[in-house]
Design a protein around this ligand. Sequence first.
Ligand SMILES: O=C[C@H](O)[C@H](O)[C@H](O)COP(=O)(O)O
Length: 223
Amino acid sequence: MAILSAQDQKKRAVAEAALAHLPKGGILGVGTGSTVNFLIDLLPSLQLEAAVASSKATEDRLKAIGIEVIDLNHVGSLDAYVDGADEIDRHLHMVKGGGAALTREKIVASVAREFICIVDESKWVTQLGRAFPIPVEVIPMARSSVARKIVALGGDPAYREGVVTDNGNVILDVFNLNILNPIEMETLINNIPGVVTNGIFAQRGANLALIASDQGVRTVKPE
Ligand SMILES: O=C[C@H](O)[C@H](O)[C@H](O)COP(=O)(O)O
């Protein structure tokens, strides 16, 4: 058996803890990333009817363990969406998109009654956007024009070289934004022509966070 790093042990612990908070049977929205990957391996125990995937990577992983993946267009709503995050604050606002899956994640999360966020303690922050840049998915032809508008908002955009999203777009990672109001900043960036969406998840934050530390997994509700 592979030896897990201390951080991976926490990711596995929070994935195990998530099972008790997820509906059995039914259709689950499944996020993307290394934390969710630990959860996917455990999903057969929930005996799901099917899952909606937030990325091609997650879709492949779900199918590989025999879970049926259905198109979101065939689903009205979901009881729950489970995903990791790159940062999360006490309001359970998040930054997501380190794996470039932010747009599909935001879409799937938008139809779920409950958003359950699973993270290790390294993701817990007092202000979003300081430790981790804000990923912005951009239509390729608008890369420069969007970058200039982001500079006007006070950010330093960096093109994520070599990355093409599942939707055929590019990612700008925005450093040094002073995000005092995440809902406002999410809206401001999304209003720039050429932006598909950005990685601030504040308009639709999480309803519950499970946070793994050396002391165990704690549950946090939004303040
Ligand atoms: O695009 C990727 C997603 O937003 C992930 O949920 C986020 O990057 C967290 O991933 P991980 O669990 O690998 O830290």
